[in-house]
Write a protein that binds this ligand. Structure first.
Ligand code: GLV
Ligand code: GLV
Length: 331
């Protein structure tokens, strides 16, 4: 039989057309915007040669147990792969592909969007206008501007660099970054200084989280980190929700320890509708749309198809997790 490629949800239009035109593989797809129910995924894995999945599909120990003998590749349509138990998958001899690079611009754009929304209190202003209030008020709805401010980037990978490059022309006076190591070749063109995380939190007016979720970054921004930020600072997270402790964030916002948080990612995702951060006047939440443009999502899905076919056919992948080189890093 031809190799079976399981696809857990519908792809953006152009990539979907390409998928449907594939002739070397038998595509078994969950034809809905939402991903395949868990039981269907576990069942489908038994007979699959390749899997194209998204970040809401948990490829954990249980899923690895459900892998059939033919499976050669897990191709996630995302740059992040914290939803994949990499060690367990690779122990089964299954390769993992992800989609770095193609989503850098869109995600950096979303980071800037959230930074501006937070700094200019867009959530409160929209609520005011939608409630029929507002109009020009000389001393009302005053936010802050970026001119002369310090930008802190946690994780100076592709997205972190693109975010700093976008924000610098707003008049940012100083860029600092923190991470597991210094990246002089990336930092120099941006004039960015490598500092410790406590130092970054102490000096930055705008803190952008651009690092992958790992054991080292889970809960990185908790009570202590938030307490060390400036009361006027804004926190932007377009990486993964679990990097920020949400209880500590709520407490910090309520106590006025930071000015605003703007989150494209939460933990869990989505947040339950009654979650206090959703209605908090100084917390802006978007539903994980960092990479959600026609162009970018099509490119991500195309890259995931390329990776899946390469994996099934035993060829080198465009971006393979765990291969030497920085290609597949999750930022
Ligand atoms: C999205 O969050 C991604 O990892 O691509
Ligand atoms: C990747 O971009 C890294 O931080 O190594």
């Amino acid at each position: 039989r031809p190799p079976v490629l399981v696809v857990t949800c519908q792809l953006p239009a152009l990539a979907q057309q390409r998928l449907e035109a594939l002739t070397d593989v038998e595509v078994r797809q969950h034809g809905s915007l939402q991903s395949m129910p868990r039981a269907a995924l576990l069942g489908a894995l038994a007979d699959a040669d390749g899997l194209i999945c998204v970040l809401s599909d948990r490829i954990d120990a249980e899923a690895v147990q459900a892998f059939g003998p033919r499976l050669r590749v897990v191709s996630t349509v995302s740059v992040g792969y914290d939803h994949v138990d990499v060690a367990a998958v690779q122990r089964r001899g299954v390769r993992i592909g992800n989609t770095p690079g193609v989503l850098t611009d869109a995600t950096a754009d979303t980071t800037v969007l959230l930074a501006l929304m937070a700094a200019r209190r867009a959530k409160q202003a929209l609520a005011l206008a939608e409630g029929g209030g507002g109009g020009f008020v000389l001393a009302g709805e005053l936010g802050s501007q970026f001119t002369g401010k310090a930008l802190g980037i946690i994780g100076l990978g592709r997205i972190g660099c693109a975010t700093a490059a976008r924000l610098l022309p707003f008049g940012i006076a100083r860029v600092v970054y923190a991470g597991s190591r210094a990246h002089a070749e990336r930092a120099t063109p941006l004039g960015a200084e490598y500092v410790t995380l406590p130092e970054l939190l102490r000096v930055a007016d705008i803190v952008c989280i651009c690092c992958p979720l790992t054991e080292q970054t889970a809960g990185l921004i908790g009570r202590g980190a938030l307490a060390s930020m400036k009361p006027s600072a804004i926190l932007v997270n377009t990486a993964r929700g679990a990097i920020v402790c949400h209880d500590a964030l709520l407490e910090a916002l309520d106590a006025g320890r930071i000015a605003h948080a703007a989150l494209d990612v939460t933990d869990p995702e989505p947040l339950p509708v009654e979650h206090p951060l959703l209605r908090h006047p100084r917390c802006t939440v978007l539903p994980h749309i960092g990479s959600a443009t026609e162009e970018t999502r099509s490119a991500m899905a195309n890259l995931a198809i390329d990776n899946a076919l390469a994996g099934i056919q035993g060829r080198p992948m465009v971006a393979e997790v765990g291969e030497p080189g920085p290609k597949a890093s999750a930022d």
